[in-house]
Design a protein around this ligand. Structure first.
Ligand code: NOJ
Length: 650
């Protein structure tokens, strides 16, 4: 039947019109009275049947849902899930295949997914195309990285009008000329290909599924569901950061007792290798020795951090380790690393060893050993493991973000949960909120992190990078950027032909602990550099990794970001503010503080004449009294930042 019906979100800020004309389903969407998505087609094409046209709408139903749930850890403890759901049921004319489409309308965004109920005709299906469209009203400015590139998601972001984009990864973030911000992404990517966004011209965007090596997009058998396609909306950039649509669209935790899951800060035998002062492989400069690990454990215990990451502890790193995908052992240590001795030593100090599994994309080698590897970690008391997937194509020809790897990453998360192991995944699939379902999936990389400052041929991440990444990759959630390099000019590096360095001030480095959320935050630099600057280290020791709530008082993508978060375990608030290469004064109203209370604001600010390029180190430590009525003037140097701790004193 032909059909047209408009539905609205609970508070009516968002409306979605669904139409059925000539057998083709389509939707359009408005926000606060402004058209955002013009009529856009929906559907999926299977090798055996085209479920994007020739459809009949059999029925639909609408309902409302309102609940508040608690994150066991995170940037926001309580999250309200208030939405209207519209479920539509279709049959293919003639052959009779069934498909359902579910929309969830929130006041700050929309999600929709396809579902194929159990049926004879869709056993062992192959999806060859998804035709979901996002037909944008207007030509917003956008921040993006190209899909189908070598080096996975590790690129600087382009800023162009949407009309000029290639095929791009999500979260794909845009700002319209009227100020409205939106971001297209997906939620609950479980057993499907990742969605990238293709540009069909005239601001008509289309879902593009990352294929298997042979060109199939998705393999499966009904019953099966697609991930949710999501569009988050906000009047400001900050609204996008505190938009919990993607988490709300994931299923509740499958781990009943989450008490073993913790957050914390960690040091590591890691930056040494990126600087080239130690090696992953065996030899005179081998980093992962029992002795060096114990030194790091002493340092870690002294400053109260959670654990020590040790990379290069296991055999298989010798030679060009990027090509060692078949020879890594995940249970056998190099002779100069005694895993039982270091974990025993760590226990005596209250410090954990953090495990490391670099696969170099050797998935079969890893899967064959992962049970034994997790058992070894269980035996010696390792609770958190960093995994790595360096390489461009997996098992010869699969993309990191195709269905093959989506399945692999998911299997490892489940296996880790069975072993009560928390994960920090590098070279991951993008985050689509599965930490709600599997809260042991703590954090991941999936963007250019700090390590690019050590060796990237372009010299490192430019000053504006960290003002963009919270609104692109960051919207997909926790990011193990690995802050905490105090020796910004990398003077420990034996050779530095590309003038690598950290391209911002020391105060900005500190601010990143609040601006970029991660439940595991690294304290990356070498202990001597950290201890050389006790004022900066004092901040790193204080800043929490688990928050009650997050507020974004000021943000302009690519220009500046100010984030405030309240500690879960005290009444303290923490602020991180950063700018791009330009100095600026940002005035922040402290109305998030509790009224009637006086707070001591401890401020780590850019010192006089601080400038990221010429003089990055000056750091002032200021204390002043403030209340919720105060307007705090933040003075940020070129490429600078500010970090503030607010502690109530009455
Ligand atoms: C790339 C990761 O991002 C990095 O943190 C790690 O040190 C290397 N791979 C080795 O696993």
């Amino acid at each position: 039947m032909d059909f047209e019906q408009t539905f609205s979100s609970p508070g009516e800020s968002l409306t979605m019109t669904f139409t059925m004309a000539f057998g083709i389903p389509a939707y359009s969407m408005s926000y606060n009275g402004k058209e955002v998505i013009k009529p856009s087609d929906l559907g999926v094409v299977f090798s055996q049947v085209d479920m994007s046209k020739g459809l009949n709408l059999d029925a639909y139903e609408a309902s409302e849902y309102d609940d508040t749930w608690t994150q066991p850890w995170g940037e926001q403890k309580q999250i309200r899930d208030h939405h209207k759901e519209v479920k539509l049921y279709f049959t293919k004319n003639g052959s009779g295949e069934k498909m359902n489409l579910t929309f969830r309308l929130f006041d700050d965004g929309i999600g929709f997914r396809y579902e194929w109920p159990e049926q004879e005709g869709l056993q062992n299906f192959v999806i060859t195309d998804e035709v979901t469209e996002f037909n944008l009203a207007g030509d917003p400015v956008s921040w993006w990285i190209g899909a189908y590139q070598l080096n996975r998601y590790e690129h600087l972001f382009n800023e162009t009008r949407v009309s000029e984009i290639d095929t791009v990864h999500t979260p794909f973030t845009m700002k319209r000329d009227d100020g409205l911000h939106l971001s297209i992404h997906e939620a609950a990517l479980t057993d499907f290909a990742s969605m990238t966004i293709a540009n069909n011209g005239d601001n008509l965007l289309e879902a593009d599924l990352v294929p298997w090596e042979n060109g199939d997009k998705v393999r499966g058998s009904a019953p099966h569901k697609s991930p949710w396609r999501t569009i988050a909306l906000g009047e400001t950039a900050g609204d996008l950061m505190t938009n919990y649509l993607v988490l709300n669209l994931n299923e509740p935790s499958k781990i009943e007792d989450t008490s073993w899951i913790t957050t914390g800060k960690y040091t590591g035998i890691w930056w040494d290798m990126h600087l080239n002062t130690k090696t992953w492989g065996s030899g005179p400069d081998h980093g992962a020795t029992t002795e060096y690990t114990k030194d790091l454990m002493d340092f870690t215990a002294k400053h109260g951090f959670y654990g020590v990451l040790v990379e290069g502890w296991n055999t298989g790193w010798d030679g060009d380790w990027v090509s060692n995908s078949d020879i890594f052992s995940f249970t056998e240590s190099y002779p100069d690393f005694d895993i039982r001795e270091v974990t025993r030593y760590g226990d005596s100090l209250g410090v954990k060893l953090i495990g490391h599994h670099e696969t170099s994309t050797g998935i079969s080698n890893y899967e064959a050993q992962v049970d034994d590897a997790f058992e070894l970690y269980n035996e010696v008391g390792v609770e958190a493991v960093k995994t790595g997937y360096v390489g461009d194509f997996v098992e010869g020809g699969e993309w990191h973000h195709g269905q093959f790897m989506v399945r692999h990453y998911r299997n490892i998360v489940k296996k880790a949960a069975e072993h009560k192991i928390m994960l920090n995944v590098h070279e991951p699939i993008k985050d689509t909120g599965i930490r709600r379902t599997w809260p042991n999936m703590l954090t991941r990389e999936g963007a250019r992190g700090q390590e690019y400052n050590a060796w990237s041929v372009d010299g490192g991440n430019p000053p504006n990078y960290t003002t963009i990444v919270p609104f692109t990759r960051g919207l997909a959630s926790p990011f193990d950027y690995t802050p905490g390099v105090f020796n910004l000019l990398l003077t420990d590096k034996p050779e530095n032909p590309n003038n690598n360095r950290v391209m911002h001030t020391l105060a900005k480095e500190l601010a990143l602990y609040v601006v970029i959320y991660s439940p595991l935050q690294m304290v990356s630099d070498l202990p001597k550099n950290l201890e050389d600057n006790p004022t900066a280290l004092e901040w790193v020791k204080a800043v929490p990794t688990d928050w009650e709530t997050t507020v974004v008082p000021k943000a302009e993508i690519g220009d500046h970001v100010v984030v405030v978060r309240k500690d879960r375990d005290s009444k303290d608030w923490y602020l991180g503010g950063i700018t791009n290469e330009e100095a600026k004064q940002i005035n922040v109203e402290l109305d998030f503080l509790e009224q009637g209370i006086t707070y001591e604001a401890h401020i780590w600010a850019d010192g006089e004449e601080a400038d990221w390029e010429a003089n990055p180190y000056p750091l002032d430590r200021i204390i002043r009294k403030v209340t919720s009525e105060t307007i705090l003037e933040l003075d940020l140097a070129n490429g600078g930042g500010v970090a503030v701790r607010f502690t109530p004193i009455n």
